[in-house]
Design a protein around this ligand. Structure first.
Ligand SMILES: Cc1cc2nc3c(=O)[nH]c(=O)nc-3n(C[C@H](O)[C@H](O)[C@H](O)COP(=O)(O)OP(=O)(O)OC[C@H]3O[C@@H](n4cnc5c(N)ncnc54)[C@H](O)[C@@H]3O)c2cc1C
Length: 388
């Protein structure tokens, strides 16, 4: 996979080599991605929703200049001017096309760095976005509002993240004026300063009276990020993630001034970690049962990853439907989403490489589930031979 993903040879380009295309599709692509074109993507979304998911998050895999963490960000690109603005236009059209494939309640995944060199330069210098890029971003948000979809802005490497936060606050200021937010920012719990950063966001939202919508992740750039910025151990990252989720759910974030109404918050837990999900769900359940105020919470995993975690959420959703009161039926049903990516096989290669690597790590975590799968296969084999 590494060889194919990083080669310039047409022989190793799955979009040009039919045999390679077949192999990559069958062995990896079909497992992790939604499809190469609109009809394939729509069929995948339909199948996902039929399983009981509340909705999908859809992103376009094509990565312009910056890849998602494994490759070092080529700083040189940040200074190359973008005279034609063609990349911004291409990014806008690709993003709007992606938006057109999802429906009401679904979420569009947006990466600012995809908008090309002039945007990268602004991100790394900490300046305002290029006017054409910002105009495109507002058009994308307006189109999302029109079809009652939402969007989230992905978190990227720290060179850019301060500026990404700032631009996203500017969007939330415009689009999150009601309790149902349109724009979600992303917070990476593996960073030591994220607790304070969330407090800063809460204070701004409180002062200006808009809804702070947070997608909470652990963080994907540990291999390339300055190590001292990240918690020293994985346990510290887990604690940070769970504590942030708890404080947000209980609306008791330390440091939020109490002389004004607590700000509106919406939370999206984007994680494959079952323990974090169980903890958050238990907190939300106890708040509902105690009749205390709650915030909106949703959960999401990547397609082809942690299906056992996603399916337990669907199972909880089904059992909540049999609840006694309308309130418990609605409130206790977790909002479970699957996050999908689409693009041609070649466009998806860097994304697929990351998934293959992550799945290796995830295997260690899923020993409990593997034992369950083994038991079930044995049970079916026994059943089959007993009948035969
Ligand atoms: C739907 C979805 C959207 C996502 N969007 C983004 C995004 O926009 N930006 C982004 O950066 N990531 C994003 N991610 C990836 C995410 O940040 C994690 O890399 C990935 O989900 C694995 O973490 P986990 O929460 O599933 O839990 P686990 O697999 O239990 O935790 C693994 C994570 O722990 C942290 N970690 C590992 N080792 C150490 C260590 N030694 N010290 C400290 N911390 C350590 C790392 O963050 C690692 O990814 C997304 C994930 C999902 C599911």
């Amino acid at each position: 996979m590494y060889l194919i993903a990083n080669s310039q040879s047409p022989m190793l380009n799955p979009d040009r080599n039919p045999l390679l295309h077949f192999l990559v599709r069958k062995f990896v692509y079909d497992h992790f991605t939604a499809g190469e074109n609109e009809s394939e993507v729509k069929a995948t979304i339909k199948a996902i929703k039929q399983m009981g998911y509340k909705g999908v998050i859809l992103g376009y895999a094509k990565e312009v200049n910056v890849t998602g963490g494994e490759k070092k960000h080529p700083k040189a690109h940040a200074t190359i001017p973008d005279p034609s603005d063609a990349t911004i236009q291409e990014w806008k059209e690709g993003t709007l096309k992606t938006l057109s494939m999802i429906k009401k309640g679904d979420i569009l995944a947006v990466k600012y760095s995809g908008a090309g060199p002039s945007t990268l330069a602004a991100l790394s210098k900490g300046t305002s976005p290029p006017p054409k890029m910002w105009a495109a971003m507002l058009d994308i948000c307006n189109a999302a509002v029109k079809q009652k979809s939402r969007l989230w802005i992905d978190a990227e490497q720290q060179d850019f993240q301060g500026t990404i936060d700032q631009w996203t606050i500017d969007l939330m200021r415009i689009y999150n004026r009601s309790e149902t937010p349109v724009v979600y920012t992303t917070m990476q719990a593996y960073l030591k300063h994220t607790g304070n950063n969330i407090l800063k966001h809460l204070r701004i939202a409180q002062n200006e009276d808009w809804t702070l919508a947070i997608k909470l992740v652990r963080g994907a750039y540990i291999a390339t990020e300055k190590r001292s910025l990240i918690h020293d151990t994985i346990e510290a990252t887990h604690n940070s993630y769970n504590q942030i989720a708890k404080n947000l759910l209980q609306q008791s974030y330390p440091g939020v001034p109490s002389d004004r109404p607590y700000p509106n918050v919406a939370l999206f837990l984007a994680t494959h970690n079952d323990e974090s999900i169980q903890r958050a769900y238990a907190i939300q359940k106890s708040l509902i049962e105690a009749g205390k105020p709650i915030i909106s919470i949703s959960y999401g995993q990547l397609q082809g990853m942690a299906d056992e975690v996603s399916c337990s959420l669907l199972q909880r959703c089904q059992s909540a439907q049999s609840g006694e009161t309308q309130l418990s039926k609605l409130a206790l049903a977790p909002h479970a989403f699957k996050c999908l990516t689409y693009g041609s096989t070649q466009e998806c290669l860097q994304f697929l490489l990351r998934r293959v690597k992550e799945n290796q790590d995830a295997l260690g975590r899923t020993k409990y589930w593997l034992a369950g799968f083994r038991r079930e296969i044995l049970r079916r084999l026994k059943y089959f031979f007993l009948l035969a």
